[in-house]
Ligand binder design. Structure first.
Ligand code: UT7
Length: 336
């Protein structure tokens, strides 16, 4: 029998930002930088920082609970849990395992996905495939990062960028009927990786290449290392091509898009993508000024904030796009 639900839909979203805030003025006291430089070069004014004792899985669980509540579902309704993160609770087991336990979800596949800033879009794409195939009914996708624990707070080229937080979406079958002109749900996704820039953004230590030793710690290999300009150059180009591909796959043009929901890495990247895709500034969702770059959590936090604020409404069409370490990038078009 053909699957009556050929696509998935976002049933609920949620997010969690830890209450502690670190401003650019705070950073001025820590490294040689200035509020003016950070604001002009990135668009960031402040970021949230989790306190000691709060783990990645705690933030993920808080975001997931909100998403489940909006979806009107219980944790035991989940058939799969995907957590996009590069800052897991520990290397093994997956952070998704702790999220499963903390939520009180039943036995189901629960795994982490390492696609850095593109983690949520990758997770959404995977969830969509499982639901559209009819194999799974309710899938939780979380993007969560506790980057403040892997940032070198003496390195001004990275520490000014990142923040902590979690965003989540619960997906389920879309009830679209055949022939519905404006079906709600995940209308298309596009995900890609180009490993040729693998070493431009990485955490070099703690894996099989450089297991943690006294000398690896002395060499600061446990921290994020980034060649910012390498990433910047490809970001605009790849986010544009991914956005075009998602539009093409959804048989849409830029005029069908109500909201651009881009990964919040750098306001200058967002502005260029907006211009090249051809979306008006008032259609671009932003929170980079107060949230910074939360990697995989970026898009679901932004989406949830705007849904709860009533800006993004049911039936609106949202273009999401993200690029990060790997480099991995992707986009999705979702009618909310
Ligand atoms: O989300 C994951 C993907 N990541 C990204 O998308 C990040 C992409 N890259 C970027 O957003 C930008 O490259 C950065 C924001 C990281 C850096 O901005 P930039 O305009 O590319 O600066 P730059 O690296 O070319 O540095 C320009 C100058 C340098 O000084 P000199 O050599 O010109 O004297 C840096 O040392 O700015 C200096 N600089 C700073 N000055 C004050 C670098 N960081 C800082 C700082 N405060 N925090």
């Amino acid at each position: 029998m053909p699957n009556p639900f050929p696509r998935s839909r976002i049933l609920g979203t949620g997010h969690y930002l830890p209450p502690g805030v670190r401003t650019n003025l705070d950073l001025e006291k820590m490294v040689e930088t200035s509020d003016a430089w950070i604001t002009e070069r990135t668009g960031i004014k402040s970021r949230h920082i989790a306190p000691d004792g709060v783990y990645t899985s705690d933030m993920a669980t808080a975001a997931a609970r909100s998403a489940l509540e909006m979806a009107g579902l219980k944790a035991t309704d989940l058939d799969m849990i995907i957590v996009g993160t590069v800052t897991p609770d520990m290397p093994m087991p997956a952070t998704a395992v702790f999220v499963q336990q903390k939520l009180g979800a039943g036995v189901c596949p629960a795994f982490d996905l390492s696609a850095a800033c593109a983690g949520f879009v990758f997770g959404l794409s995977i969830a969509d495939q499982f639901i559209a195939s009819g194999q799974m009914r309710h899938v939780l996708v979380v993007g969560v990062e506790l980057l403040s624990r892997v940032v070198d707070w003496t390195d001004r080229t990275t520490c000014i960028l990142f923040g902590d937080g979690a965003g989540a979406a619960v997906l389920g079958p879309a009830e679209a009927t055949v022939g519905d002109a404006k079906p709600r749900g995940v209308l298309s996704t596009s995900i890609l990786t180009d490993g040729s820039l693998a070493m431009s953004l990485n955490i070099p230590g703690g894996g099989s290449v450089s297991p943690t030793t006294h000398s690896s710690v002395d060499e600061k290999m446990q921290y994020v290392h980034m060649k910012g300009q390498d990433i910047f150059k490809v970001a605009v180009k790849n986010l544009l091509s991914a956005s075009k591909l998602a539009l093409e796959r959804a048989h849409m043009t830029k005029d069908d898009i109500d909201w651009l929901c881009p990964h919040q890495a750098n306001k200058r990247i967002i502005d260029q993508v907006m211009q090249r895709v051809g979306v008006a500034p008032d259609k671009v969702l932003l929170n980079i000024d107060r949230v910074g770059n939360t990697s995989s959590a970026s898009i679901p936090i932004l989406l949830d904030e705007n849904r709860r604020a009533g800006k993004v409404k049911d039936g609106d069409t949202v273009l999401m796009c993200a690029l990060g370490a790997g480099i991995s990038w992707g986009s999705a078009i979702v009618r909310i």
